[in-house]
Write a protein that binds this ligand. Sequence first.
Ligand SMILES: [Ca+2]
Ligand SMILES: [Ca+2]
Ligand SMILES: [Ca+2]
Ligand SMILES: [Ca+2]
Length: 395
Amino acid sequence: MLVISEEICYNATYKISGLIEKFHFYSQPRDFKVMEYGVRQKFYVLPSVHFAVLPKTAMSHLIFSLLFLLLVVGQLEAVVLHPDGEPNLSTWTDRPDANVVGRWSSNASFVVIAPNWVATTRHQNTSPATVVITGISYMCHYRTEWTGGSAGNADIRLIRLTKADGSNANLPHYATPYENNDETGKKIVIGGYGNGRGNPIIVNIGGKDYVIGYQWDGSANTTQRWCQNRVDSNGIGTGTYTSDVIEADFDGLGDDNWRPYEGSIAAYDSGGGWFINYNGEWKATGLSRGVSTANASMFRNSSDPRVPAPDLLDAVRISSYAQWIEQIIHTPGDLTEDDWVDFADFAILAKDWLRNDCNTTNNWCNGSDFGPHNGSVDLNDLGVMADNWLTGWVY
Ligand SMILES: [Ca+2]
Ligand SMILES: [Ca+2]
Ligand SMILES: [Ca+2]
Ligand SMILES: [Ca+2]
């Protein structure tokens, strides 16, 4: 229960009653919108995707992309770890909550990015009616415009979840999209339901055995695994779909930029998450997409196992699609994150009414300074709310 002082309570009541008058005035000339089942009332003109500003198209990326052309289609991907680099998941806490990564159909993974939304890749080509999170089954809702980014051709899709009765899923654990394009060099944690490590791949040089990689274990997508890695670069992943991607490599323990729980992805990890810890909050930064070797995770040169030869792995780069995602999953004017605009949202806006110090630090006055932000909670924002009054998603 929230306890507030009498004065604050009085001021809030005063503000709200004054605002209600303004609101009625402001919203009078506008028609309240009629809901259609499963149809959002706003029509967005989406911006074009920023392919032109991608920084890297080096030959290595081109080769990388061609490799992926061959590999992604087979629904490749899992988390593969070194035997000496396996985390104890019961004690390793420096990672996202386990419930932000889920099992997608029988051949992939997904990430919860908002209380009512998940994201995954497209190439696994399955569209289950339900997914299970924390033992509860949620209904999946699909729409064409929630697929492929603003250009429509990226390996990403968003799915809205509801409970069986059509009410909001309101999932408590989610990782919001990472919005900055500074991923390179950053530490990441990867989670997915893909294959685990199978038998070691060994070469014998000069009478001595060396492990240069691991087969994938070929298991079903029923086990959640986590690993660490680091983003090394970004580029474009091609194939059936064309996506901005971030890239990492599968280092041997002790090799260049290795991490203690260094791991790669394998079959059925597709759509699983790459996460960056941003100011203490785990952000969804990538959706596992492809690897450079099929059916195995390699890290050493086969003719000279002393030489590192790490496999490459990539993920759909969420920062490139963050604006597209935001425009889909966020109902303008909704401040309670229930995808619906009503007096509960209005009460939040009223608390910050006429503040003029809104900025990124205070999350644009707790969200009430709607985009495009002007630093104030004012009639512009009230107008956004009025425009979307009693609208949202219904099923
Ligand atoms: Ca690495
Ligand atoms: Ca490396
Ligand atoms: Ca709301
Ligand atoms: Ca404003």
